[in-house]
Design a protein around this ligand. Structure first.
Ligand SMILES: [Zn+2]
Length: 357
């Protein structure tokens, strides 16, 4: 038997109005779990939408980082134990921690992304970190959230860097997935479907990304903005739910996961580093036309496209390649990717921006 779950969602400035109608089928009480800022951004509107229809028993901080320890701690809170369902509010880490806690407790979870930064709200995948912030593992729930409520007004007023990095992360999808499945001789139906859905994700982002960023900066809800929000959250999520394991990622995410193991001068957002790593993938795989198109887009939006943009340099490139080369993201590749190949691609890509400050 195979169960296949797909994300279902509501999007719009009034998305929360749909909460009682959709969640009411799962019970009468809920708890909100999220980060401090995300709850401040979304909770008043969620509570207002639920008034007289669904009781919110409490609202709790998810912890500091996504992982098993903070999820376990949440399961010990009496209101969380008592609630019929869990409302996961926030960006990737808060949502993933709430998803893990809900799975531990076998309670339905609904997600309320307050950032447009990744597909965590609509996927069964949870990324767990060790308490010290280093990558721990990718962990799978039985199913994604029952429904996702994307309030575009909340997203429009979220921190700019996350939206920007979210575009960077989503840009990896098409290239990483199509690279991973290439040469795969026996493609099961769902994996093939996932590859098809990934097939124009980056192309569309390159087409609509700039206009969406502009709308974001002007605080205008436009069709291009809403489209990019759906590309970043929904398209990537649909694909992730079809492709388990290492089909979902490749060099871009291997570079990111390697990058987290190296100390840096400051924090670099997931999507920002993945974006850089995706350019490394396209260079390594000699997809020069696609690489140059993406490179031009990255320059336009000031997305990372050279080592200095991710806190690295030509001197430290070998260490980055070394760390990236050991990551599971590379397991499913049409050919074996070595540390030397990664380093060569990093340096080749660097040459293209050597005149930039
Ligand atoms: Zn990612």
């Amino acid at each position: 038997m195979t169960n296949q779950f797909f994300p279902s969602y509501t999007i719009g400035a009034d998305a929360y109005d749909a909460v009682p109608g959709i969640c009411g089928a799962f019970g009468k009480t809920a708890v909100i779990i999220g980060g401090e800022k995300s709850r401040a951004a979304a909770e008043p509107a969620i509570r207002k939408a639920c008034e007289g229809k669904l009781e919110i028993l409490g609202s709790f901080q998810y912890g500091e980082n996504s992982g098993f320890e903070p999820a376990k701690a949440l399961t010990e809170i009496p209101e969380v134990q008592q609630a019929d369902m869990i409302f996961a509010v926030g960006g990737g880490r808060a949502v993933d921690t709430a998803k893990i806690a809900a799975e531990y407790m076998d309670k339905p979870v609904f997600t309320f992304p307050t950032l447009c930064s990744n597909c965590a709200p609509v996927t069964a995948v949870c990324v767990a970190y060790h308490p010290d912030g280093t990558f721990c593992q990718v962990w799978y729930r039985k199913r994604p959230a029952y429904h996702t409520f994307i309030n575009t007004e909340v997203i429009l007023h979220s921190p700019r860097d996350y939206f920007w990095a979210g575009i960077g992360d989503a840009l990896s999808k098409q290239y990483e997935v199509l690279f991973s499945v290439r040469g795969d001789e026996t493609v099961p139906y769902v994996r093939s479907l996932g590859a098809q859905m990934a097939g124009n994700c980056s192309d569309e982002l390159l087409k609509y990304g700039e206009a969406a960023m502009e709308a974001f900066d002007k605080k205008e809800l436009t069709e291009d903005f809403e489209r990019v929000v759906q590309l970043v959250i929904i398209t990537t999520g649909l694909v992730s739910n079809c492709l388990t394991g290492d089909y979902n990622s490749s060099v871009g995410h291997a570079i990111y996961n390697g990058h987290t193991e190296i100390p840096h001068d400051r924090e670099y957002l997931h999507g920002a580093v993945v974006c850089y790593g995706t350019l490394v993938l396209l260079t390594l795989d000699k997809q020069y036309e696609a690489r140059d198109r993406m490179l031009a887009f990255c320059r336009q939006l000031a997305l990372p496209h050279k080592l200095a943009d991710v806190g690295e340099s030509v001197e430290t490139a070998e260490r980055l390649a070394e760390h990236a080369s050991t990551k599971y993201d590379l397991d499913q590749s049409p050919y074996k990717i070595t540390k030397d190949m990664l380093l060569k691609a990093i340096l080749e890509l660097e040459e293209l921006s050597k005149d930039e400050k």
